[in-house]
Design a protein around this ligand. Sequence first.
Ligand code: BGC
Length: 261
Amino acid sequence: MIAIDLTGRRALVTGASGGLGRAMAEALAEAGAQVAVHYRKGSEAAEAVVAGIRARGGKAQAFGADIADPQAVAALFTAVEAAFGGIDILVNNAGIDGVRAPVGDDDPRRWEQVLAVDLIGPYSCARQALPHLVKAGKGVIINITSVHEFIPWEGYSAYTSAKAGLSMFTKTLAQETADKGIRVVAVAPGAIQTPINETVWSDPDALKDLDHKISMGRLGRPEEIASVIAFLASDLASYITGTTLAVDGGMLIYPDFRAGG
Ligand code: BGC
């Protein structure tokens, strides 16, 4: 029987107090991993995730840090190391999309903030995780990008630039570490129903427009991303590195081209 088994693995999921990260932390724990549930501020939501995992017999602990601050990231890894004795799986999930504004009307500081969280954050985390993975001669880093590593998005130039950058970071780091037993993979979710896009799915007209952009005609569920993360983190994906897997219900296959053209 083929089953995802992460028993004995220690995972850190950034931005795991809600949205996609929460589902990822739960899936990794369900597959047997010990999970560090990272949050930025307000520990209550993260503690609730931890309590849920523990109630189902899993192992988890909450850790707070500002991913945009490299020193805070270093402290985060010191804390996880002290609690878990190391790390085998890093999921760089924490991200923000910023405030929608076309270039020129936007605030450069906000642009930089999106880059700081969505691109420099994963870099800082990967940098901290690497010595552990290299020493162990194995490990997995999963970077959460977006369909917007491929699709331009008006008003979100910081987000699209950060996600495209994270994609190339994934490939370069994978190339650097493939001979050290380390895999680095990106996952590009499409429109998944989470708090980040609540203004869209809570508005019937906006939801209709978004559904129309998806070949399957519906938003995804966080669990539909989380199961892929658990698979990619596992040895079942032992030959996958340096690539992006889109999990998007067919958003990237241009549903508008079903007719005409
Ligand atoms: C964004 C969502 C959006 C989706 C599709 C994601 O990266 O976070 O807000 O619905 O892309 O456009």
